[in-house]
Design a protein around this ligand. Structure first.
Ligand SMILES: *Cc1c(COP(=O)(O)O)cnc(C)c1O
Length: 222
C-alpha cells in the first residue's frame, strides 16, 4: 500500500471537504506514514485504541471518534478528542458534557442520523433528533457544541439508493440548521461518505468524508 500516493489521489478529488483518514485496526506506522504525507485528521472507532494511538503519535493530530461510543468509554477520550461523529442519544451527550466539563473544555459533536435501510446501523431518525434538540436537558449543556450531522448509507451496489439517502441527509441538515442553529456559524459539518461512496456523498453536499480502506488498504480483523 502506498499510503502517501492514495492520500494524494483522494485529496485531489475532495475540493473543500475535510478528509478524515480512518485508521481503525491499523498500526501506528501506517498513521505516521499518512502524517508524514501531511494528513492531520484521523478517525478511530474504539476509545481505548484511540487513546493508545494518541499517546504514541504526534500531538497535533486531530482525533475523531467515528464509531458507536458507549457512555462508559467517554472518559478515555474526553481529554483530547477533537470531534465525536456518533452521538445518537441524549444519555451519551450528557456523559460527554460531564467529561468535557471535568477536563475544562468544550467537545464538538455530530448527531448521527439513521439513513440506511439496514437495521443494524446506529443513529436517530428525524423525530428523535428534533426531540433531543428541543429538550431542556440539551439546552443546559455548556461543555458540548453540536456542529453538524453524520450518516452512513446502505451498503449496496445501487447508486440511486445511496444518492437518495445522502440527499435526504443533506436536506435534513439544512432543515435542522434553519430550525435550531440559524445564528450559529459553527453548525456546518455534514459528515457523509466512505471509501465506496464518497464521490456520491460529495455530489450530495458532504463537507467531511471518512475514508479508511482506500487509503490504508483492507482491514483485517483478528
Ligand atoms: C470504518 C468506517 C469508515 C471507513 O470505512 P472505509 O470503507 O474503510 O472507508 C467510515 N465511517 C465509519 C463510521 C466507519 O466505521
Amino acid at each position: 500500500m502506498d499510503i502517501a500516493a492514495n492520500l494524494k489521489k483522494i485529496k485531489e478529488e475532495l475540493g473543500e471537504a475535510t478528509l478524515v483518514a480512518v485508521s481503525k485496526t491499523k498500526p501506528k506506522e501506517d498513521i505516521q506514514a499518512a502524517y508524514d504525507a501531511g494528513q492531520r485528521v484521523f478517525g478511530e472507532n474504539k476509545a481505548r485504541e484511540m487513546e493508545g494511538k494518541a499517546e504514541a503519535l504526534p500531538d497535533d493530530i486531530q482525533w475523531h471518534m467515528i464509531g458507536h461510543l458507549q457512555s462508559n468509554k467517554v472518559k478515555y477520550i474526553a481529554p483530547f478528542v477533537s470531534l465525536i461523529h456518533s452521538v445518537d442519544k441524549l444519555k451519551l451527550l450528557k456523559e460527554i458534557n460531564k467529561r468535557a466539563k471535568q477536563n475544562e473544555r468544550v467537545i464538538d459533536v455530530l448527531l448521527q442520523i439513521h439513513i440506511a435501510k439496514e437495521e443494524s446501523k446506529f443513529g436517530m431518525d428525524e423525530e428523535e433528533v428534533r426531540e433531543l434538540l428541543q429538550s431542556d436537558a440539551y439546552k443546559k449543556f455548556e461543555n458540548i457544541r453540536v456542529v453538524g450531522l453524520m450518516g452512513m448509507a446502505t451498503l449496496t451496489e445501487h447508486q440511486d439508493q445511496i444518492k437518495s439517502e445522502f440527499s435526504y441527509l443533506n436536506s435534513l441538515f439544512q432543515q435542522i440548521k434553519d430550525a435550531y442553529f440559524s445564528d450559529k456559524e459553527s453548525f456546518k459539518v455534514l459528515s457523509m461518505g466512505m471509501s465506496g461512496d464518497y464521490k456520491i456523498a460529495l455530489s450530495c453536499g458532504s463537507t467531511m468524508v471518512r475514508i479508511g480502506s482506500a487509503i490504508f488498504g483492507e482491514r483485517e480483523y483478528h
